[in-house]
Design a binder for this molecule. Structure first.
Ligand SMILES: *Cc1c(COP(=O)(O)O)cnc(C)c1O
Length: 385
């Protein structure tokens, strides 16, 4: 038992963050002011791209990327079932059809070996997810995309600060999305961003985020006068506020420390659990450096007297804020009602029965980590077969 509840993830806000937000509140602009551009510059320079476009949240950013990629009715987009619903929903928003490709047994990332069999004339894009912060097999995915003329929109909500073969995540795919929800690496309250090197995508994203409206003279067809703006397609109000952007920039300054702490705690978990046979610890690929958004253990149910639910409930009872990432998207009722079948992604479905996410966030202390280790070990030994 742990004396107080420990969540699985949580933001870390310091006085510097608070001062930055106050600065905006006292300034002339609360939204679409100078802090947005600054935050976009900060993220673009952090990942190494020419452009970044901030959105009100990560899901809106994914929607924008699908629009910029010209995904429309009848188009198919390949993604992983082992993700948050947003990775697939963004395709539905555009009238497209998400197509799920099962994950790799070890990494839980989309299995590139199974992508090509799902490609047909309607396939337009691939949305790989860097699950838990571990980069997907991006070289293979980019190669498949190139051969088949597909656009790659990377869902890197878990992977700010991760690298793949020495390259920063955010600089590899055609467009990459990061989320700034409070459980993610850095937060802006709610928030998201697309990074890209493609100027056409950049322009489309900017306009999409604000109703499809432009004020730029060289893009305007008519011109009634200095007040004039043109709505040229149906966009949305997906703008981030300056309050959020200032918080985001302030948080980004601490990203290296945040990731260092995550890695330190992962190391402590791995060491402590190395001789436990009732579950496996996360597999680490050698071609990338994970930014460790999530620490997921996989139960070996043959060695346990109870199922995942019982272990989960016991850990929760003892104040360890466990979670499950994720319920495979194609199993959600909305998807089931639209013809997606149980059994279509057996590896992800099996995995779902056996996984538990343990608390991992920089603001936790080493004592918190030790509490998790102690409680997990004692619960597991209680149910050992
Ligand atoms: C958090 C998350 C999103 C969506 O981000 P929001 O900012 O919450 O809209 C998308 N995909 C994955 C994998 C996520 O974890």
């Amino acid at each position: 038992m742990r004396e107080s509840f420990l969540p699985y993830g949580k933001q870390w806000i310091d006085d510097e963050d608070i001062q930055k937000v106050i600065e905006v509140l006292k300034s002339d602009y609360l939204t679409t002011g100078p802090y947005i551009e600054q935050f976009e510059k900060d993220i673009a320079s952090f990942v190494g791209t020419k452009y970044a476009v901030a959105f009100s949240n990560g899901t809106a950013a994914l929607h924008g990327a699908c629009f910029a990629a010209d995904i429309k009715e009848g188009d198919e987009v390949i993604t992983s079932p082992m993700t948050f619903v947003a990775s697939a929903n963004c395709v539905l928003y555009q009238g497209g059809k998400p197509v799920f490709v099962d994950v790799d047994e070890m990494t839980y990332n989309i299995d590139p070996g199974k992508i090509e069999e799902k490609i047909n004339n309607s396939t337009k894009a691939i949305i790989p997810v860097d699950f838990t912060g571990q980069p997907a097999d991006l070289d293979k995915i980019m190669e498949i995309a190139k051969e088949n003329n597909l656009i790659v929109i990377e869902d890197a909500a878990h992977a700010l600060g991760a690298t793949y073969k020495g390259r920063k995540i955010g600089s590899i795919s055609d467009m990459t999305m990061f989320s700034f929800h409070p459980v993610k690496h850095i937060t802006s309250g709610e928030g998201g961003i697309i990074t890209t090197n493609n100027e056409m995508y950049y322009q489309k994203l900017l306009q999409f985020r604000s109703h499809g409206i432009t004020r730029e003279h060289d893009k305007i067809k008519d011109n009634h006068g200095p007040w004039y703006y043109e709505m040229q397609f149906l966009g949305y109000n997906y703008r981030m506020t300056d309050i959020q952007a200032a918080l985001g920039s302030s948080q980004l300054r601490k990203i290296d420390r945040f990731i260092e702490l995550r890695k330190k705690y992962v190391h402590l978990y791995n060491e402590a659990f190395s001789n436990v046979e009732e579950f496996t610890t996360p597999f680490q690929k050698q071609d990338g450096d994970s930014s460790w958004h999530l620490y997921i253990i996989r139960l070996n149910l043959e060695k346990l007297k109870v199922n995942r639910k019982a272990i989960y409930e016991e850990l929760l009872q003892q104040n360890i804020g466990v979670n499950v990432h994720y319920i495979p998207v194609h199993l959600q009722p909305y998807y089931q009602e639209r013809g997606y079948k149980q059994g279509s992604c057996p590896i992800a479905e099996n995995l779902y029965e056996e996984i538990i996410t343990l608390p991992l966030f920089p603001a936790m202390t080493e004592k918190d980590v030790m509490d998790v280790i102690r409680v997990v070990k004692s619960v597991i030994s209680q149910y050992r077969r």
